[in-house]
Design a protein around this ligand. Structure first.
Ligand SMILES: *[C@@H]1O[C@H](CO)[C@@H](O)[C@H](O)[C@H]1NC(C)=O
Ligand SMILES: *[C@@H]1O[C@H](CO)[C@@H](O)[C@H](O)[C@H]1NC(C)=O
Ligand SMILES: *[C@@H]1O[C@H](CO)[C@@H](O)[C@H](O)[C@H]1NC(C)=O
Length: 432
C-alpha cells in the first residue's frame, strides 16, 4: 500500500511532459524494416536528426502514450490505432483500437491509462482502456452538442492532477464568428467538465461544465507544463483588413497562450473576435500586443484590447497554423508543429519550431523570449521550399503537413505527425 501511494504521488508530481519512470527506455533506431523513406524532404537543424518511425497511416493528428509506453494515434477520418515497440525502438505491432470515421483530432488518457477520451466534430466519447491488452470497452458519450463550422476539430485534455476534469475546445464557426464573444455559444472557447458528475448520456457542451477560457479562435493544441499550467497554440484570422487596408500578409500573429491553472482559472477572455495580436507592428501596437479589428463587445480602442483581453505570452508568424505543442523532459523547451497555410504568399509554416523555456524563481515555467519578440523560436525541421508547398492547393500539399507533437517517454525524442492526404506519417526528431 505504502509503495503504491509513493508511486501515485510521484506520477502527480511529474506532471505533463515528464519521463514516466515506469516506461522502458528504448534506443533511437536509424531505420525500421518495412517503413519507407520520408515522403517529402525536410531540412533538419544542426544538432538534430530525423527518422521515419511509421508510414501508411491516415490523417495523423494526435500522438499520446499509455503507461506501458504504447503509442496511441488519432487518425482523422479513420479512428484510433495503437502501436507497440520492440527492443530495437521500432514499431513491432499495430492494431486498430477504435474504428470511427467521425474521430478527427482529440485524444487523451487519464494518467493511469484506464480512461480514454477521443473527439469528433460534434461529440467526445470515453472508453475504459486496458494498456496490457490494448483494448477498449464501455464506450460512452462524454460530451455532445458542439456546433459545426469551418473548424471541425475539438481538442481534449485530461487534467493530470485531477483526472476527472476534462478540458474540451471548440473553435469559431467562421473566420469572424461575431456571436462567439458570448461564451454561451460554446464556440471559440475551452470548457472544463467534471466527469465525475457527468449525466448518464454525457454533458451538453453549451450548457454543461464551466468556462475555462474564451475568445480563442481555434486553440487546436494545448498541454500542461510540469507545474500544471496549460499552454495553448491558436490559429488566428485570415484575409484581414484594418481601416480598409489589407493587412493579411503579416497580421494577425498566431499565438502561444498561457491559459492558466485549469483548477482555478475561469472566464478569461483572449480577445477574439474583437482583439487580435500584432505580428508586424500595426496602428501603434507592437509585436505581441493586442489591436482592435473593429469596435464591439465593450472594446472601442487598442487600449481597451490591452486592458480587457489577455494577450498571448509569445506570438508566431502570421499564417504559421500551429497545431500541437509539447514539452521536452523538464520543460526546457516547448516544440510546436506548424501545419502551414494558404493565406500568405509566400506560404509559411510546414515546420517544427523549438521555443526555449525557463523555470522562474516562483516555480512557474515561461518562455525565455520577451512577449514582443519575433525571435522566440527557431526552426528544427522544415520544408526546404515552403513557397512551393501550396502549388497544388493546401490539402494536396507536396510538403510535410505537421500535426501531432509528443515527447517520447521512452527517451527517443520528439514524435511528430504529418496528415498530408497522400500519406500519414510519424517521424522522430532527436538531438544528436
Ligand atoms: C516485439 O518486441 C518484443 C519485445 O522486445 C519482442 O519480444 C517480440 O518478439 C517482438 N515482436 C516482433 C514481431 O518483432
Ligand atoms: C468533481 O466532482 C466530484 C463529485 O461531485 C467532487 O467530489 C470533486 O471534488 C469534483 N472535482 C473538482 C475538481 O471540482
Ligand atoms: C531533468 O531534471 C532532473 C532532476 O533535476 C535531472 O536529473 C535530469 O537530468 C533532467 N533531465 C534533462 C533531460 O535535462
Amino acid at each position: 500500500m505504502r509503495l503504491l501511494k509513493i508511486v501515485a504521488g510521484l506520477t502527480a508530481l511529474l506532471g505533463a511532459g515528464q519521463v514516466q519512470a515506469e516506461v522502458t527506455q528504448l534506443p533511437l533506431p536509424t531505420s525500421c524494416t518495412g517503413v519507407s523513406n520520408l515522403r517529402y524532404p525536410g531540412t533538419v537543424a544542426s544538432g538534430w536528426s530525423v527518422m521515419k518511425i511509421a508510414g501508411g497511416l491516415r490523417g495523423v493528428r494526435t500522438v499520446i502514450w499509455d503507461v506501458n509506453g504504447n503509442m496511441l494515434v488519432s487518425e482523422a477520418g479513420k479512428g484510433i490505432s495503437v502501436h507497440t515497440f520492440g527492443a530495437n525502438g521500432c514499431i513491432n505491432s499495430t492494431s486498430t483500437l477504435i474504428s470511427n470515421v467521425q474521430l478527427n483530432h482529440g485524444l487523451s488518457l487519464t494518467p493511469d491509462s484506464t480512461t480514454l477520451y477521443a473527439s469528433g466534430e460534434r461529440t467526445v466519447w470515453s472508453w475504459t482502456y486496458n494498456p496490457a491488452t490494448r483494448a477498449v470497452s464501455n464506450q460512452k458519450t462524454a460530451i455532445s452538442g458542439m456546433d459545426s463550422g469551418i473548424h471541425s476539430t475539438r481538442n481534449v485534455l485530461v487534467v493530470k492532477s485531477q483526472p476527472n476534469m476534462l478540458l474540451v475546445q471548440v473553435g469559431s464557426n467562421q473566420n469572424l464568428d461575431m456571436q462567439s464573444a458570448q461564451p454561451a455559444t460554446g464556440r471559440a472557447i475551452i470548457k472544463i467538465f467534471n466527469m465525475s458528475n457527468a449525466p448518464a448520456n454525457g454533458f451538453d457542451y453549451k450548457t454543461g461544465g464551466e468556462v475555462f477560457a474564451y475568445g480563442l479562435r481555434n486553440e487546436i493544441g494545448f498541454v500542461q507544463d510540469p507545474a500544471g499550467v496549460v499552454w495553448g497554440v491558436e490559429n488566428s484570422g485570415d484575409d484581414f483588413k484594418l481601416n480598409n487596408q489589407d493587412i493579411h500578409t503579416d497580421n494577425p500573429a498566431e499565438k502561444l497562450n498561457n491559459l492558466g491553472d485549469p483548477l482555478t482559472a475561469r472566464n478569461n477572455w483572449y480577445g477574439y473576435p474583437t482583439c487580435f495580436t500584432a505580428w508586424n507592428p500595426i496602428s501603434g501596437v507592437n509585436t505581441g500586443s493586442q489591436f482592435m479589428l473593429a469596435a464591439g463587445n465593450g472594446i472601442s480602442s487598442n487600449a481597451d484590447c490591452a486592458s480587457k483581453t489577455k494577450a498571448p505570452r509569445l506570438s508566431f508568424q502570421a499564417h504559421s497554423a500551429p497545431i500541437w505543442n509539447t514539452f521536452d523532459t523538464n520543460a526546457t523547451n516547448m516544440y510546436v508543429t506548424f501545419h502551414g497555410s494558404w493565406d500568405r504568399q509566400p506560404p509559411t509554416g510546414f515546420k517544427v519550431v523549438q521555443v526555449p523555456f525557463t523555470k522562474l524563481a516562483s516555480g512557474a515555467y515561461d518562455p525565455v523570449a520577451a512577449a514582443d519578440s519575433k525571435t522566440g523560436y527557431t526552426d528544427i525541421f522544415s520544408a526546404p521550399n515552403p513557397s512551393g508547398c501550396t502549388a497544388n492547393g493546401l490539402t494536396q500539399s507536396n510538403c510535410i503537413r505537421l500535426t501531432a507533437a509528443s515527447w517520447d517517454p521512452a527517451g527517443r525524442g520528439l514524435f511528430i505527425g504529418s496528415d498530408n492526404s497522400a500519406e500519414g506519417e510519424i517521424y522522430i526528431l532527436s538531438k544528436k
